[in-house]
Design a protein around this ligand. Sequence first.
Ligand SMILES: [Zn+2]
Length: 346
Amino acid sequence: MMRVILLFFFSFLFSFSQERCGAEFYRDLLIEKDLFQPSNISNRQALSIGQYDIPVVFHIIYNNEQENISDDQVISQLDVLNKDYNAENQDFINVPDTFLNVASSSGIRFCLAQLDPLGNVSSGITRTYTDLEVFSMSEDKMKMSSEGGIDPWDTEKYLNIWVCDLSGNLLGFSTFPGTDPLLDGVVIDYQYLGVLLNSPSPYNLGRTATHEIGHFFGLEHTFYAGCSDWDGCDDTPPISSSSFGCPDFPQESCGSLDMTMNFMDYTNDACMYMFSTCQTNKMINNLINQRAGLLEQNFCFYNSLLDPEKDKNILRVIDILGRDTKGSGFNIKIYDNGFVEKTYKL
Ligand SMILES: [Zn+2]
């Protein structure tokens, strides 16, 4: 009887942890298929601290209207990413004093890609109707036009995020640096992309993408290898296992305080709000050394624009009106964070 209960308990734990993130399991699948080559790049100090603009394309793959999520939903996700990766998230103030000295901003910012691979003006969002009702992590069909999904845009130049109905209760998964270019990117279930304030789910604040993109830039889970503390970062204390729900602080395991509020743990969206200094350095290192193509093309040029009224970065170009008469810049038409249409000169 005890054995049955234990078996049930462990299978419950396994299925629970599978829900939050499939990145480790997916990496194992790719290794089996010989589609992943771990890198030999050591964790060098970041070459420079600055702003790193990442062009993103969201591929919305839908079988019904619910799955065909709105542009606003996508933009709310982008906003979360830009805040979380720059310690501008409102809940950053919840970081306990103990961890404040290692809580860090990466300088990584994300934009909807303004040009597609052919150089045409783009919204950075593609929409594809599919006959498939669900997509499985093990089959990669969402990443293939021939299989009911959509091929990625050049994965060396764009961060591809596929949004679809994932089978089971999986929230999302990502590839790590070193993955086959045809499969490289992040996949998020449509129910967990962006901010969904009316959703009863504890994963409704866009942190699934924050977490998965951490893997995309080479981060491991903070609980990877448990108390032996091999997550590649010394400033994330060892933690015996993944954390769920919203743990009170302080919690202790492995003889030290647990950083359950780290984006690379498994807590509810509302209960994760920081990267550590080592993690941000590691992400920038991996970006510069293994994903440098993302920084080469200036598909994010409006990211440097600020809305003078709101002192916020502008999020979305809807049209590039052309070069000005002196050929020194572009006139562009944009939506700002409040979705007001304006024309800017760059
Ligand atoms: Zn993960």
